[in-house]
Design a protein around this ligand. Structure first.
Ligand code: GLC
Ligand code: CA
Length: 551
């Protein structure tokens, strides 16, 4: 399928949509994608070598999880230098090559901008820590304790324990929402803003097309450092009290930073994706900005909390986000969340369910952000023994919390040793089923999950109703089937997803939505469906997906 080349694309289409609203994004974990020099670690030249594959699949933009120099306490989410590439992954020259080759393939490259905190090995923190009077001291958040051995308040770290670490040399505590070696930056200090903004300018100049903004919800904390209220008496997986995080999260000041960051992005025709965890739709709405001038693509993580095939729950969530006024960016999977195969699979129909979830994810209004390996039905490969755990979250939380290694295992390219990822044993073990779940084999099988994804992506790129059309929920009382229409001008696409394990004969109630019920043409289905379908009764196989267009 030929897409118009980037130079032919106008800035906005006639609906006012910009390039990123029609693009398919793909998150890849550089450590696990492809290893070019056979040291067991994925790297930037590895990514470059797979651009052709990504283009073949139908990907328009990649988001690379952090590839900056890092001590890897949190696998790159602890940045020690924003102006370089970690030697594990290559060099700046390798990045430039990737950017140049990606441009040739019409693939845009986004980086992961870890702007809320740095590594404690970052020279900024080293300076800040060196003395209370160091000019960079205030770049981080330092406080006196409540008393000897007592942290300044009750805030806890997401990875367990107090969010404050004592520094005996200066007799003060510094704040870290995540691991202790990830000190939070003090965004109330204008120097911090200036320096971090400069990082984005520098990378835009090199050719990156935007950033995924990491952990924006915890960029600011309460200026009075008030204790969070404790909820009940239960403890979490780390043995800490459960808190209502009203003072260490979602502080209103962060929106000013996002607006200013967006301005720089706009000047560079770049896009900002936000790691925006929210608990309700109003919070999510705020991230778009009052005048759509903050994060272009705030991700809806509430979608990830629906961990069963529940049409009612999906309907409700889609209705909220779709009706929020912003351009939807649902999240289905990423490097922090168990893979679709495990979250929704029933153990028997997992391939069907993988196609079903792809059909849902890629036919909704909005911009999808795929996660590497989902397109071949990779499953979680969780560590079995504590000594194998690589993710500090799993080390701290074992055995209740095994961490996120399972969803970060090497991409499965072929049936050869180490799934073709590397010639040597990779940093995390390859999934057990790689001999049949890999790119090579699935490319050749017309019924594979991979080829199903490819067809879906090509449909999404070419069908105006899927690109531009509004979302209309259908058959809203059906407990087994999630059905909706996407309508643009005279085009109506219907999507019927059987989320149950039994055959469903679906009578679409189109009249109540003012849609004329002509026969429909099948565009794509995950089972053998007739070419022409009578919308009065569509038979959809167990966990089957059907996408059609009204004639
Ligand atoms: C973000 C990343 C996650 C990381 C965390 C703390 O949430 O997505 O992987 O562990 O930040 O660094
Ligand atoms: Ca390597």
């Amino acid at each position: 399928m030929a897409l118009p080349s980037r130079s032919q694309q106008t800035a906005v289409d006639k609906e006012g949509h910009q390039w990123w609203q029609h693009a398919v994004f793909y998150e890849l974990y550089p450590r696990s994608f492809a290893d070019s020099n056979n040291d067991g670690i994925g790297d930037i030249p590895g990514v470059t070598s797979k651009l052709e594959y990504l283009r073949w699949l139908g990907v328009d933009a990649i988001w690379i999880a952090p590839m900056f120099p890092s001590p890897h306490v949190d696998w790159g989410y602890d940045v020690s230098d924003y102006y370089n590439v970690d030697p594990d992954y290559g060099t700046l020259q390798n990045m430039d090559e990737l950017l140049a080759k990606a441009k040739q393939q019409d693939i845009r490259v986004l980086l992961d901008f870890v702007l809320t905190y740095t590594s404690d090995q970052n020279k900024w923190f080293q300076e800040a820590k060196s003395s209370r009077s160091n000019p960079k001291r205030d770049w981080y958040i330092w406080r006196d304790g409540k008393g000897p051995g007592q942290p300044p308040n009750n805030w806890t770290s997401l990875f367990g324990g107090s969010a404050w670490k004592f520094d005996p040399a200066s007799d003060q505590w510094y704040y870290h929402y995540f691991y202790p070696p990830q000190p939070n930056l003090n965004w109330r200090n204008p120097e911090v803003e200036k320096n971090l903004f400069d990082v984005t300018r520098w990378w835009y100049k090199r050719g990156v097309a935007g950033f995924r903004l990491d952990a924006v919800d915890v960029m600011y904390v309460d200026s009075q450092f008030r204790d969070n209220p404790v909820v009940g008496t239960d403890k979490n997986a780390f043995g800490d009290p459960v808190e209502r995080e009203i003072y260490d999260k979602n502080q209103p000041e962060l929106h000013g930073v996002l607006r200013r960051l967006r301005k720089i992005a706009d000047e560079n025709n770049a896009v900002l994706i936000g790691e925006t965890w929210t608990s309700d739709i109003d919070q999510l709405r705020k991230y778009y900005g009052e005048h759509n001038d903050e994060v272009n693509m705030p991700m809806d993580f509430m979608f990830t909390t629906i961990n069963k095939l529940s049409p009612a729950d999906f309907r409700k969530q889609i209705q909220w986000v779709d009706g929020s006024g912003g351009w939807p960016v649902y999240v289905l999977s990423n490097h922090d969340i168990r893979r679709v195969y495990d979250r929704y699979g029933d153990g028997q129909h997992n391939d069907q369910i993988a196609k079903l979830m792809a059909s849902l994810y890629l036919t909704l209004r909005g911009t999808p952000v795929m996660y590497y390996g989902e397109e071949i039905g990779m499953e979680n490969n969780d560590p079995k023994r504590p000594e194998d755990v690589k993710d500090s979250m799993g080390k701290a939380g074992w055995p209740k919390e095994k961490g996120r290694d399972g969803e970060r295992t090497p991409m499965q390219w072929n049936a050869k040793a180490n799934a073709g990822f590397s010639a040597v044993a990779p940093w995390l073990p390859v999934g057990a089923r790689y001999k049949s779940y890999n790119v090579d084999i699935q490319k050749k099988d017309p019924n594979s999950i991979l080829n199903y994804y490819r067809l879906l992506l090509s449909l999404r790129h070419t069908n105006a109703a899927l690109l531009e059309g509004k979302y209309i929920a259908l058959n809203e009382d059906d407990p087994n089937v999630l059905a909706y229409a996407r309508i643009y001008q005279t085009k109506t696409v219907l999507v019927v997803l059987n989320m149950s394990g039994v055959l469903q004969k679906v009578r679409l109630d189109l009249a109540s939505k003012d849609i004329h019920a002509h026969p429909a043409k099948t565009l794509l289905s995950s089972f053998a469906a007739p070419k022409q379908v009578d919308v009065d009764e569509i038979s959809v196989e167990p966990f089957g997906a059907w996408v059609g267009e009204i004639q």
